[in-house]
Design a protein around this ligand. Sequence first.
Ligand code: 5GP
Length: 227
Amino acid sequence: MQYPNITVQIFLYDISFLCYIITNNTMTLREETFIMKLLEDRIRKDGIVKEGNVLKVDSFINHQMDVNLFDEMGKEWKRLFADRPINKILTIEASGIGIACVAARSFNVPVVFAKKAQSINIDGDVYACKIESFTKKRIYDVIVSKKFLSKDDHVLIIDDFLANGCAVLGLLDIIKEAGATVEGVGIAVEKGFQRGGKLIRDMGIRVESLAIVESMDATTGEIVFRK
Ligand code: 5GP
């Protein structure tokens, strides 16, 4: 049921966009709001707010994956980062991989994912950093093979969530170690009430989050998005 739903929504949206162009003769705002609205509606419908500032979206992002939705997200990041010479997408296992792979189709570039590793296996052939997992409250060693990231790379980081920013900061460390260039960060759901977004934007890095949760309440289930 999800596939026709999205197709129908895209069709209706395209019609209204056409009307919008005819009446306003401008192309600002609308495409951006389409995917934001699609994602926000889906989060409102299927997202579950858990205690501890955790938003569960495992029926369409983290476990079962709505690839048509991912495809629209990829197209939107491609549009937003059109001016950047991106030749590689970097994400982190596990939940970033699905979104990154589908988004990579819009960019026509390879995806590299940072692997969680045992410190014992870390040798000189890899870039390594430590990342604290927001959901599992554990610190992981994370590695990327030197074969797959170099100073010639222009990298877009993609992840499902941005909370306190540990995952993105770790990936930024790895990119820095490789001497590669960070072109930006694409996030599906940013929890705007946590510090990651501000932290990374304050570093001068462009962050494009498709939905930004301003607040959420585990008791009522209410989710408010940033406009
Ligand atoms: P951060 O490193 O920014 O604190 O957290 C980002 C990472 O933690 C993401 O890779 C994501 O997998 C996980 N994460 C953070 N917050 C949430 C959440 O509310 N729901 C889910 N499902 N994952 C989250």
